[in-house]
Design a binder for this molecule. Sequence first.
Ligand SMILES: NC(=O)c1ccc[n+]([C@@H]2O[C@H](COP(=O)([O-])OP(=O)(O)OC[C@H]3O[C@@H](n4cnc5c(N)ncnc54)[C@H](O)[C@@H]3O)[C@@H](O)[C@H]2O)c1
Ligand SMILES: O=C(O)[C@H](O)CO
Length: 386
Amino acid sequence: MAKPVQIEVWNPNGKYRVVSTKSMPGTRWINLLIEQDCRLEICTEKKTILSVEDILALIGDRCDGVIGQLTEDWGETLFSALSRAGGKAFSNMAVGYNNVDVEAANKYGVAVGNTPGVLTETTAELAASLSLAAARRIVEADEFMRAGKYEGWLPHLFVGNLLKGQTVGVIGAGRIGSAYARMMIEGFKMNLIYYDLYQATRLEKFVTAYGQFLKASGEQPVTWKRAASMEEVLREADVISLHPILDKTTYHLVNKERLAMMKKEAILVNCSRGPVIDEVALVEHLRENPMFRVGLDVFEDEPYMKPGLADMKNAVVVPHIASASKWTREGMATLAALNVLGKIKGYPVWGNPNSVDAFLNENSQPPAACPSIVNSKTLGLPVSKL
Ligand SMILES: NC(=O)c1ccc[n+]([C@@H]2O[C@H](COP(=O)([O-])OP(=O)(O)OC[C@H]3O[C@@H](n4cnc5c(N)ncnc54)[C@H](O)[C@@H]3O)[C@@H](O)[C@H]2O)c1
Ligand SMILES: O=C(O)[C@H](O)CO
């Protein structure tokens, strides 16, 4: 028998029972659910990461849908329990869904939602912030100031890397990777080299047009190159940012051998998922190459760091906050709630999950559709004509 967990209840007499495993920012998502006859139960347990047992207790005997978090293990046990409780919908409050066993969800006919698009620019901005913080040694310099060590200007004090005219490398040039590339190209006039399984045509066109604009203004034009291999990016780029999904093909994509291919003074940024980098190899590389710097938002064994990482002056580390702007987090909550609500209501799936603005306008009712369901094809869900 699962132990009961603490909840707060909204609209107790609602027809559909929806559970959110965490309190989420904003109130629009709550209002949208209760206006559509949902009884909403929000877990208020103090512990940060809920166990499978905690979530089983939340699902209980009758549950129409669950909004969950990327820290939870959504596999066979939870999807079978949700299905037994009559549930047909689950949504991660995240774009990444490597914590979800989609095959298990398919087996039980549960739709799996995620929250693309709304976090693209916010996440790219953090990757850009980490690139700058690492390049200009901002955290080290801040600590130095606060420790009262500053005795006056010195020619060698915290010398870092200039970005202008250097090469930015992007691995995984999807929504976030492309947005990050644009920021670094527009902001710092960097040249681009990228590696992705697919051609990033829009990004290429943008860099070409921007290069022509710079040339016409008498400035050095920026250039782009699609690399034939990831290794080519690692060898050529001065700043490399990782933005692929996490799956079997990207686990430990950056390992000891590949770290050794990078320039000695390169900067590596990771705002994708921790296991994309072999973090033990990274700590060793940072130790042996003091001019090599990293900016990390994600870690292999979150919430922990591998031994030694916290002592590395050439690492800037932040706790998985890349999507943490108010607008984005409220929007993620809205998209996750609408994924679950839409499936409960039998709505079709939105045609283009890269363009979800229609769901985020606070001044109008959202379309009668599920914004983004990753297994919609397998489940044979209809596509919205809106
Ligand atoms: N740190 C954070 O808070 C945060 C925030 C948002 C997203 N993310 C992570 O970022 C990821 C990307 O998000 P997105 O919206 O840009 O997704 P996306 O699907 O638009 O982009 C992912 C890209 O990775 C590419 N890719 C897949 N396998 C690859 C491989 N083996 N080598 C090279 N490229 C490969 C894909 O072709 C695609 O273009 C998410 O899956 C999530 O894990 C993290
Ligand atoms: O995948 C995601 O969306 C992030 O990791 C959290 O925003």
